[in-house]
Design a protein around this ligand. Structure first.
Ligand code: GLV
Length: 329
């Protein structure tokens, strides 16, 4: 019988994924609550055939280089900006990820952030907890209308489109900016294409759904924040570094925009004494947009399936560097 492949899993993930791996592999699992330190990662990948990692693991050229036997890298996330895809492709290693299964949960959560910021829900909760609720206040905790407002979506991929679908139920006007124009979605969703600067100037809510790349790093900085309406709200459930955090602190403190709601930050985790954490017009939550029981189970199973396909020498069902296959043919 052929020897079972050895795989390293960098964190305990839902059993829906672990069970699949355990069946056919010699699995080593990092049991820590925090990501394995780089030295551990380097040591562990040295004799592994497969690696299952999370977005918190920096899978750089050094780690990929140390994995001399690595045949597949599978990430339990859709975004793969923590992985040096170029280094993986150069080594002929396919990289798996988990698109699709987290789209709806992430779009739900984006709307939760949008509503929470628009209607000041965290401030209301704090108010009650602090014993300040004395009476119904005609002018207390006034927010802004979501219904009928204009939503600007930056990045009309799967998640951006799912957010646009929800916006229709709120009778919102939807603008979008994306390097790839999507006439199909313009018709289906009634979304209007706009250049980024026009979208920023016209939207009541700006929601970010682009991947983090060298083109989108600090896409939203001082110039862009100053272009937004002073009443506008920024939502980021994409990746922290898409927004320049120093510019955002100034925008929120000086009233260039009204509020922000962030599922992701730069750095991540954000230190508790960072100004974005204490500003009353900023909501920060710890990167939980895909965090539902069912979604995380689906992500774990999909990551395991990608891993096992790679170990069997089959094409990964969901591959983030498909050029790795062109290279082989
Ligand atoms: C989460 O941020 C993901 O990329 O899946």
């Amino acid at each position: 019988m052929a020897e079972k492949p050895t795989v390293y899993v960098t964190r305990r993930i839902p059993e829906a994924g672990l069970a699949l791996i355990r069946d056919t592999c010699r699995m080593r699992l990092w049991e820590g609550e925090l990501p394995p330190p780089k030295e551990v990662l380097l040591q562990e990948v040295a004799d592994c055939d497969g690696l299952l990692c999370l977005l918190t693991d920096p899978i750089d050229a050094e780690v990929i280089g140390a994995g001399v036997r690595l045949r597949v890298i599978s990430q339990m996330a859709v975004g793969v900006d923590n992985i040096d895809l170029r280094a993986a492709t150069a080594r002929g290693i396919p990289v798996g990820h988990t698109p699709g299964v987290l789209t709806e949960a992430t779009a739900d959560f984006t709307f939760a952030l949008l509503m929470a910021a628009a209607r000041r829900i965290p401030e209301g909760v704090d108010y009650v907890r602090a014993g300040k609720w004395q009476t119904w206040e005609p002018m207390g905790l006034l927010g802004v209308d979501v219904w009928g407002a204009t939503l600007g979506i930056v990045g009309l991929g799967r998640i951006g489109a799912a957010v646009a679908r929800r916006a229709r139920g709120f009778a919102m006007r939807v603008l979008y900016y994306d390097p790839n124009r999507r006439p199909d979605l313009e018709t289906e969703l009634g979304a209007e294409y706009a250049e980024l600067e026009d979208l920023l100037a016209s939207s009541d809510f700006v929601s970010l759904h682009c991947p983090l790349t060298s083109q989108t790093y600090h896409l939203i900085g001082e110039v862009e924040l100053r272009r937004m309406k002073p009443t506008a709200i920024l939502i980021n459930a994409a990746r922290g570094p898409v927004v320049d955090p120093d510019a955002l602190v100034r925008a929120l403190s000086e009233g260039w925009i009204r509020a922000a709601a962030l599922d992701v930050t730069e750095p991540e985790p954000i230190p508790p004494d960072h100004p974005l954490v204490s500003l009353p017009n900023c909501i920060v939550v710890p990167h939980i947009a895909s965090a539902t029981v069912a979604t995380r189970e689906r992500m774990a199973a999909m990551a395991a399936e990608n891993l096992l396909a790679g170990l069997r020498g089959e094409r990964l069902p969901y591959c983030a560097n498909p050029e790795v296959y062109q290279r082989e043919s």
